[in-house]
Design a protein around this ligand. Sequence first.
Ligand code: NAD
Length: 297
Amino acid sequence: TMRESYSSENDSGFKCLNPQLRPIVIVGGHGQLGQLFQRMFELSGYQVRILGRDDWHRADEILHDAGMVVVSVPIHMTEAIIAKLGQLPEDCILTDLTSVKSGPLQAMLEVHSGPVVGLHPMFGPDIPSLAKQVVVYCDGRNPESYQWLLEQIQIWGASLNRISAIEHDQGMTLIQALRHFTSFVYGVHLAEEDPKIDQLMSLSSPIYRLELAMVGRLFAQDAQLYADIIMSAPQNLAMIKRFHQRFGEAIEMLEHQDKAAFKQAFSQVEHWFGDYAQHFLVESQGLLRQANDSTRR
Ligand code: NAD
């Protein structure tokens, strides 16, 4: 067909790996990530239906012949909404895009006896294409029936990483919860200190500008999403508290003007990074060159 002959450009269409699939239903599909996946599925020739917040009175009609159901709703509502999906066709694939994995995966396995897989796209809705992006997945049940989905995501350009839900959530404690929280606190600090942001920018080297951008971009996004991610697991709070404690210990070093202790801690960290320290220096030089070329207004 025309569609299959298209190249893998995301504005012109992708090869469809499962043309026999019955309609895909995206629960919460009017949301940011849901819309992105709707577009990707439609560009790949699948029929997509949305089950939005106000559509539950006709849920049976929307879901009765679903070939796959993708849950993409606010994190704090995810498990309750999954629990309402008890009447899916036996062979329907049930999946979700939630940033946390253990709870939703467990809920999907409990409510549905057919194929289940958890997905976590490691990107937001603002990406131009899926090329070089990462999608993490957690096997749930009957993996043979959703291999096409994993391959379809790869056709979109993303790379896949398989992990257990528990390991995923542990990793996200550092990669998401702590990182977003430190950005949040830095933003709060900036807002309270209230420097002139124009002046900060004019004094900034590209690396500070990049750092400011990494913090500032958080506040252009959804507060509920980040509150949910940061507060999604007790281990997140424990990690943040350990960070806070180390922050305090480091301040004591300053109070004692203890440069020897500073240098000792410094070399301990350098040792922990190992070869990556040098590698990151080189990699960041490349990123900064790009930032320098593209962020000058
Ligand atoms: P969003 O708020 O933009 O979208 C959620 C959608 O769910 C909205 O359209 C909302 O109306 C709908 N909804 C609310 N209650 C509903 C209900 N009872 N039934 C059906 N739909 C309902 O949120 P989002 O950013 O698209 O996030 C959705 C999921 O994607 C979350 O699980 C989040 O963890 C995950 N995710 C988001 C990002 C991101 O950067 N936005 C990145 C990775 C993963």
